[in-house]
Design a protein around this ligand. Structure first.
Ligand code: AGP
Length: 625
């Protein structure tokens, strides 16, 4: 949801604008309505800027048509519009009346209308329809009273309401101030150069040592020095965090799209998610799971014993992962699980007990809806842990009982794929960890350490087998990509995967798709079925199979086209398509069923020629409520 990047230093290869432009490229998945860069021109000794609507390429074309720049301080922005249409004028940076201050902003300024009116009355001239422009004029106003640039930024930050990550550039000092309240900001320092960005992706090519700003903190770079203070002006020392992502993982590596590359990475990433955390434990002994070691998780036996339920909080795909994790925990731990949308939870009257265990699930760790819900939980002093992909992200600060990192590496495609399957796997690890603490004995024949361990080890290879049938999925996509509607149906632990499959298709192909529990179909959605409606069933060779097969017959009887994804060869006549995948344990099956649905959505979108990595209207991290 908007990305910002700033640089101050002397980068021999290129000017500050080149560094910021390449940083914005890495951040482009966060928003792509318009973009802009403001820089200090060392020759003319003024701030200059270019801003353009549309994709980042429009901005880089503008910069490539001007002479090489002599600049070592710059800030840039990639926009996902909230206030004001995505036009050239409304693009960031925003400049004050004097032209000495430029700002870029990620978030929403809730009191912008009041501030704007007050500043207008004082003579400030506004040129855009955005909420963000007010920040540049507010800083200017404070400087007009004799305050230093840093002090003006600090006092302005105290006046702003809402959510904001801001970079402000000042011509007089050639300095940058970075302000965080809500959306993320990460800093890195290397060879007298200082970098700041909305996330680590633009920084990893320079260094793996980063500093995460916390809420109500300001980083101020001037003359090669970096000072970090609170909004109250108190200097603070920050811890440097080492990131284990490498730059090559954030490149397309020969694939047509990041999404495709990320789907194909899944065997390796799934291995990363469990390999150092699971051991076979007590061998063949029945009813004992494998030994789980989740570094940094601080749930005690007492915490688990005192908890009467587990509540998962998440949004989007992470919410669907949460729904599947509910089945895993209930199966393995015998504890009831509730799954809540972050955006709803905050405004519900959910009775929060200090004894309950809350689990935030978020790829980015920066989703405002999820984090705001967890803030409410934290205020009630309940126990919070999280499953996230991004080290040091906001959700990790809220997690008083620790974090399970998904180790999926940078996910650039806006549609989540590898992070989703890694969340599922980490959810199972959490279930096994809680079971170990509770001593609960699941009443399933399959539940023994050796069996679970063996199936986990086989999982990456089974995902690879699904990737081998990619061409078949492409052929199926060719048959159906012109459809206007799709239904995805599944039962039990596969129902959340039906929801996720439908979401993937909607997000990247813009085809309307609904996910439903297969048993609910006859209670309404069946009215939609006709010969134009592909209905995709997730079918597993278990106790629920006969019921799902009856649902398939009901669709066929109404002329619907049935696509079945199954872990066996079902005896059903008249299927439009069968996608056969390997068999695994029921608790692991969501991982395998998710993969063909990702590939199908990918191929349908490719045939429709949509913008797969940056689908319209979406942003990777939704840092506003
Ligand atoms: C996934 O394909 C989506 N882009 C979206 O639903 C996403 O899962 C949601 O916004 C939550 O994001 P998070 O996992 O970073 O919290």
């Amino acid at each position: 949801m908007c990305g910002i990047m700033g640089f101050s230093g002397n980068f021999k290869k290129e000017s500050s604008v080149g560094v910021v432009l390449s940083g914005l490229k890495s951040l482009e998945y966060r928003g792509y309505d318009s973009s802009g860069i403001a820089y200090y021109d060392n020759d003319d000794k003024v701030i200059k800027y270019i801003k353009k609507s549309g994709k980042l390429v429009n901005l880089s074309n503008e910069f490539s048509s001007i002479a090489p720049l002599n600049s070592d301080v710059a800030i840039g922005h990639i926009r996902w519009a909230t206030h004001g249409m995505p036009t050239d004028k409304n693009a960031h940076p925003h400049i004050d009346c004097s032209g000495d201050i430029a700002i870029v902003h990620n978030g929403i300024i809730e009191n912008y209308a009041v501030l704007r009116n007050t500043l207008k009355k004082k003579g400030h001239r506004f040129t855009t329809e955005t909420d963000s422009e007010v920040i540049a004029h507010l800083i200017e106003d404070y400087m007009g009273t004799g305050k230093s640039f840093y002090e003006a930024v600090r006092l302005s930050s105290l006046e702003l309401l809402g959510a904001f990550a801001i970079l402000a550039l000042n011509a007089g000092e050639k300095s940058i101030a970075a302000v965080k309240f809500g959306p993320p900001l990460v800093l890195a320092q290397k060879d007298n150069n200082i970098y700041v960005a909305s996330d680590i992706s633009p920084l990893i090519e320079y260094t793996s040592d980063v500093i995460y700003l916390k809420n109500s903190e300001i980083a101020y770079f001037h003359n090669g020095e970096l000072d970090i203070t609170t909004f109250k002006g108190k200097k603070i020392n920050k811890t440097v965090v080492k990131i284990d992502w490498d730059a090559s993982r954030a490149a397309k590596s020969g694939f047509s799209h990041f999404m495709q590359k990320e789907i194909y990475e899944q065997p390796a990433r799934l291995l990363d998610a469990f390999s150092s955390r699971v051991t076979a434990g007590d061998g063949m002994k029945d009813n004992v799971g494998p030994r789980i070691s989740l570094e940094g998780l601080k749930l005690t036996k007492k915490d688990v014993a005192n908890s009467s339920k587990i509540i998962l909080v998440a949004c989007g795909s992470s919410y669907y992962a949460g729904l599947a994790i509910k089945y895993m925990i209930e199966m393995v731990c015998g504890l009831p699980v509730i799954v809540e949308y972050g955006s709803e939870f905050r405004y519900e009257n959910f009775p929060i007990s200090q004894n309950d265990i809350f689990v935030g699930v978020s790829q980015s760790g920066e989703t405002a809806d999820t984090n705001s819900a967890l803030e409410v939980v934290k205020a009630k002093r309940a126990k919070i842990l999280s499953i996230t992909n991004v080290p040091g992200s906001q959700i990790t600060n809220l997690s008083n009982k620790g974090v399970i990192y998904t180790h999926a590496g940078p996910e650039i495609g806006v549609a989540s794929t590898k992070a989703f399957t890694a969340q599922l796997l980490c959810g199972l690890l959490l279930a096994l960890y809680i079971r170990e603490k509770s001593g609960f004995i699941p009443k399933y024949r399959w539940f023994n350490s050796q069996n679970i361990f063996k199936n986990l080890l086989e999982l990456p290879k089974k995902v690879e087998k699904i990737l081998f049938i990619d061409e078949t999925l492409k052929d199926i996509a060719k048959k159906h990509y012109k459809s206007s509607n799709f239904l995805y149906l599944g039962r039990g632990i596969l129902y959340p995967i039906a929801l996720e499959g439908a979401l993937k298709l909607k997000e990247i192909s813009y085809i309307h798709a609904e996910g439903y529990p297969a048993g609910e179909m006859k209670h309404g959605p069946i009215a939609l079925v006709d010969e134009n409606m592909p209905v995709l069933f997730l079918l597993s060779n278990n106790i629920l199979a006969p019921k799902t097969i009856s649902n398939i017959e009901e669709i066929k009887a109404r002329g619907g086209k049935v696509i079945a994804v199954a872990d066996y060869e079902p005896e059903i006549d008249g299927l439009s398509d069968l996608i056969q995948i390997p068999e695994t344990l029921e608790v692991l099956s969501p991982v395998l069923y998710a993969v063909p649905l990702q590939l199908l959505a990918y191929h349908i979108a490719a045939l429709k020629g949509t913008d797969i990595d940056q689908p319209r209207n979406l942003a990777k991290s939704v840092t506003v409520e």
